[in-house]
Design a protein around this ligand. Sequence first.
Ligand SMILES: [Fe+2]
Length: 389
Amino acid sequence: MVSRKIKIDLEYLRPNNSFIYPLYSKTGEKVLESRVVLTAEKIAQIEEKHGRILYYTDTGERAVIPAYRMKIAYNKSREIMEEIMSTEKLSRTSVREAEKVVEEIVNDLTTTDIEAVELLKDLKSHDEYLYNHSVNVGILAALFAKSRGNFTLDEIKYITLGAYLHDIGSTRIDRQLLNKEGKLNITEVQKMKRHPQLGYEILKNIERVSPIVLQSVLFHHEKFNNRGYYGLPYENLPDFPKIVSISDIYDALTSKRPFREAVSIEYALKAIVNTIDVHFDYDIISDFINKVAPILNHSQSFYAKNDFCELNTQELAMVRDLGQKDYLKPRVTVFCKFVREGNRLAVNFYQKPVQVNLDEDTERKLSKIISNEAQISAIKKKLEERDFF
Ligand SMILES: [Fe+2]
């Protein structure tokens, strides 16, 4: 593993974050020991003494969730799927063993989170997607549930188990269909959409399976706009399946599939932000972006100054400064508002751009970061025509 020196802006270090590597100043002075949990005071002290730009060396170190534990989780996942495929059922013994695997993963997370996620990359090298994906989604969901700070340890374990087993219903779907390249026809889509229900049926008769596990499996494809697999009302759903669902989407996007390449972490995080008010509510995405994304992305920002974004008020804006306390609350310049006129969408440009600090504005919220190049060029052209640039 080659060591890499990486620059990090102090802006991305948040209270309660810890960092796997020691941080150094521009002059090479060590300013923070590895694994020290940051406080607001400590961040302010570092800024005063050493400025905003720090460095760390990525040595590719792996720790906390040991590789052997990941291997056990991976093998257990495979055993469970094989058991279901050969007997059409899952035994209580297998579920108990899976619970033990998950419990150990959750216990490992009680130390430094950032190191746990490092291992997600390792399993990506295997080509048996479903087993790797199950383990990865389990770890991400454990991390996410823990970071929210409002679940008991037992709840975190059951959310993790639900995440680990979220796609077991896929074992009752034809493998060729699961890995099919290209567009699925309507019948195939209908078959695929049965997997949460099939997973629920596999688990529901097993003695003492927690309702959190069952809900996580059954509802992990429901959406904020009620256009999920079963169209259930989002506001009636508990948070457990939403945690599993966000973890599922993130891991699916960052994994290579037979029909597409993996996307970058930055792209995946933008895509997750763009699910606000479509797939998920703002608050749960805000928690993922502020508590889990910094761990996944080594505390680097996944969007930048001058990026274009949309607000919940149907306004178009440009990022002026990244959020100081909250990644979803940058300072922005707002240019125009989209207004629906019959079947078409009209754009009303403001006389003068409006400067907004999303951290202080109570009406406006970020809902999308625009990453489509053609869209960005078209916006720039329109703004140039109006001398907004
Ligand atoms: Fe699924």
